[in-house]
Design a protein around this ligand. Sequence first.
Ligand SMILES: [Fe+2]
Length: 305
Amino acid sequence: MSSPLLTGMVGSTRLGDALDVAVFFEKDTSTLSYVVYDSQSMDAVIVDPVLDYDPAGCVVAEKTVRLLCDFIQEKKLNLRMILETHAHADHLSAAQVLKRQFPAAMVTIGNRIREVQKLFSGIYGIESWFTADGHQFDRLVADGERFRVGAMEFQAMQTPGHTPACSTWVLNGCAAFTGDSMFIPDSGTGRCDFPGGSARDLYDSIAKKIYQLPDEMRLFVGHDYQPGGRPLRWETTVAEAKASNIQLKADTTREQYIEFRTARDKTLSAPRLLHPSVQVNINGGQIPPADEQGRCFFKMPLTFS
Ligand SMILES: [Fe+2]
């Protein structure tokens, strides 16, 4: 694995006989996105695509998602689904840009997104136009639900804690996309201090769900921050995580984890793109609606210390 300096495709790997995974990295938010495709049917699923946002100039840009679109077109893939692991708080989702170009693609997320929508529509005071019923997505998936896309069979494993609506998407019983529930072992686990987050829930999601998957299960993570400047990594296994995740190993107790996670989260500052990200991502990746003059705005709720 190399250490990329630029946003773009950083690797690829094969799952089973016919499935390929192309790995894309967005350097400003250290986000990993995946194109999973079946090289026989040419059906494809994209996990966690990124829409660029420059907070200084308030500029939305499609440079990163264009790389995904180009890949889909070059390989002549049929994009059937855009899978979100959760409503991200550190980058905007490019789901709707992809859907504009590939209208058959279903924007899919865990059905607990409604709870996150309810929570944040109150925080942003957007209840007049925003309905917290999940209709902004094409498909809401319940815990344990299975669905098929070409040769790919996914199973939803809801893994709340980082947010209430986090899902780990298990593919063909051999790989899982964890989003921010779990990272590469030297980076630990996702923070739990966003509204609705819970260290107790994340412990249970990891210890009682992810760590119950087969040891050889390949785990593809949502971010890699390259601690100590090490080369980029995007993949671990259940066995490696259980043995060496620096925050939650197989023998870590719930109390130990909650104590650690709560203390660590107090030291973290808010993500740079928090408010724009959440307002787009609870809305299925759509920018808040324009006013009668075509202007779009984000809201920034103030706190006073
Ligand atoms: Fe996240």
